[in-house]
Ligand binder design. Structure first.
Ligand code: ARG
Length: 590
């Protein structure tokens, strides 16, 4: 109902201006969706802040605004008579016939009323971003799932989105790894596929252990990094092979989850690092401290009360994670051909990196590297915990491998499905079973993650995410299946009529719920909270199920049948589109 709310907003503002011509400032009606259905569709709270300047009771102000509204014929065609509630809220109810017209316009509209943005500009979504040769952990899985869904929403709104995989492919880990491999598996540094990636992670662990225990190894490793960063061909070749190995492993996971990403790792920004230092120096931000080059942060101090630094060059000459992020910010905002020309840059990582991003954003701002209207946003999320509330671990106490986690979700979905089929005395081909189990298992993992408020830690539970009841993927998928079943039973969902008529309260509740979709999408685009979309889709499914359980559809009288089928059809379309924006495909039968 976004377009209706825009119209209402203008009408209210004009009515306020007419009621109080003596006020010079532009008046804000403070229009918001009604907090409860009994309050109508919208409420306007703009009378309250006027009480003081106008020296009038807010209810009196509200009454004067309502009088003006009622004198406006266009408004009267749109709304029933407004009600004044509480201290001076104006409750607004859209005329049912207008809602029906609005709903009819959604039939056959593939965007379901969601407008496309007008001046689209590139948006960078920096997500997933695992580290080469290191384990990809559940935190990276969260980033992958959340980042993908945000990218999908932004793309749907019409923004050109750059889905960037900022992989850690340039750090000290390569020095250790190359030094270690030279001794234990030199083949891996010269020939592709000489070692399996599974081994690579093990090699990394061994190398890390040696690095921590052995000083000589440390020195060689550091020299190895300097060689690599200096462009030594032998080191570069070894590095390339190691990256390829990891990349192939990551790609398997992305393919499985249907995630599209463009890799642009830390190494990409290597040649831009010296310019970061020069740039900071030019604007007078660079300070030498104990041999390191840094920028001291404003308003952020350590335990000793002294301002904390962002170190851009270590005393050994090496650049830092933060330096690369500063170079990346400049590149992403720089216009073509020097960069991406982005206006909004979004980073999806665990909340543990909040200070890193706050520091880097501050430095970029003070250096003048954020263009006018440019936005840098960190999208933090909490930890994934086991059901015991502790860090997610296997029974043996190891970190959970992502592949195993997805396999288990699918296996459990399959077991549930087989039990259900048996109880329903249904027999289905194996192909059906593996397709449904695969879809439900992965959908459950994604949805469980997305439906949480991302900031809080989240407890991973296969039982909960696979339940057919509650705010889960299976519950939503089942609503779509139910509607597909209506078509199989002969209901013609291809309704094209513009003449919709509704009488039952369950129908009106569903109409109103369906019409909220556009506002929800725009909200997710702005607030970057996919859980809002999940809550909406869950609510919609519940309202639909209530309607379908209580109001006859296939057995309805012929004059109301098309309207009821239209409600079913739009519910399925909305769920399909909404779940699609979460990266979750739907099923026709399950
Ligand atoms: N590789 C990092 C990690 O695993 C995440 C990178 C996030 N993106 C960025 N531009 N810093 O923690």
């Amino acid at each position: 109902m976004l377009s209706l709310s825009h119209i209402l907003d203008e009408q209210l503002q004009a009515a306020m201006q007419r009621a109080f011509p003596e006020v010079e400032a532009v008046l804000d009606p403070q229009l918001a969706p009604a907090s409860k259905p009994e309050f109508g569709d919208f409420q306007a709270n703009g009378a309250l802040p006027l009480a003081k300047p106008l020296r009038q009771a807010p209810r009196q102000i509200a009454a004067a605004v309502v009088e003006q509204l009622q004198a406006d014929v266009v408004f009267k065609e749109l709304c029933l008579k407004p009600q004044i509630a509480g201290p001076g809220f104006i409750n607004l109810t859209i005329r049912p016939e207008r809602l029906a017209v609005e709903l009819a316009s959604r039939l056959g509209d593939s965007r379901l009323g969601v407008p496309e943005v007008e001046n689209a500009a590139p948006v960078v979504v920096d997500f997933s971003s695992p580290n080469i040769a290191k384990e990809m952990h559940v935190g990276h899985l969260r980033s992958t799932i959340i980042g993908d869904s945000l990218a999908r929403v932004l793309e749907f709104r019409g923004h050109p989105v750059l889905r960037l995989n900022h992989v850690g492919d340039w750090g000290t880990q390569f020095g250790m790894l190359i030094t270690h491999l030279k001794q234990v598996a030199p083949d891996a540094l010269e020939t592709a596929d000489a070692v399996d990636l599974g081994d690579l992670v093990a090699f990394y662990r061994e190398a890390k252990k040696r690095f921590d225990d052995d000083e000589a190894f440390q020195t060689t490793s550091r020299e190895e990094v300097v060689k690599l960063q200096g462009g030594d061909p032998v080191s570069l070749k070894a590095w390339g092979l190691l990256c390829d190995q990891s990349r192939r492993e990551f790609q398997k996971l992305y393919d499985r989850l249907d995630i599209r990403l463009d890799e642009r790792g830390e190494s990409f920004y290597n040649s831009f690092l010296p310019a970061v230092l020069e740039g900071l120096d030019q604007v007078g931000l660079l300070v030498s401290d104990d041999g390191a080059q840094c920028v001291f942060l404003e308003g952020v101090s350590g335990k000793d009360g002294k301002p904390l630094p962002v170190i851009v060059r270590k005393s050994d000459g090496g650049f830092n994670y933060a330096t690369t992020d500063l170079a990346a910010i400049r590149y992403r905002f720089a216009v073509d051909p020097d960069g991406d020309g982005a206006r909004r840059v979004i980073y999806v990582t665990d909340a543990g990196q909040a200070n890193h991003f706050a520091g880097v954003f501050q430095v970029a701002g003070r250096a003048g590297w954020i263009p006018e209207g440019g936005r840098l946003e960190h999208v933090p999320f909490g930890l994934v915990q086991g059901e015991d509330g502790k860090k997610l671990k296997t029974r043996a106490g190891d970190t959970v491998r992502l592949r195993d986690l997805l396999d288990e979700a699918v296996e459990r979905a399959e077991a549930d499905l087989r039990t259900r089929l048996e109880a329903e005395e249904r027999s289905e081909p194996e192909e059906f079973i593996s397709h449904v189990a695969g879809t439900v298992g992965l959908a459950a993992v994604k949805y469980a993650d997305l439906s949480q408020n991302r900031i809080t830690n989240y407890q991973f539970s296969f039982d909960r995410m696979l339940a057919l009841q509650g705010n889960t993927a299976p519950y939503l998928l089942y609503a779509v299946v139910r509607i597909a079943g209506i078509a199989r039973k002969g209901g013609d969902l291809d309704v094209s009529t513009a003449q919709l008529q509704f009488s039952e309260p369950q129908e009106w509740a569903l109409v109103r719920e369906l019409l909220k979709f556009d506002a929800v999408i725009v909200e997710v685009e702005e607030e970057l909270l996919p859980n809002r979309l999940c809550s909406y889709l869950f609510e919609l499914s519940q309202v639909f199920n209530r309607f379908y359980d209580q109001v006859p559809v296939l057995k309805a009288d012929s004059e109301v049948l098309p309207s009821r089928l239209a409600l079913c059809r739009l519910t399925a379309d909305t769920l399909r589109l909404g779940l699609g924006l979460l990266g979750i495909p739907t099923l026709e039968r399950m």
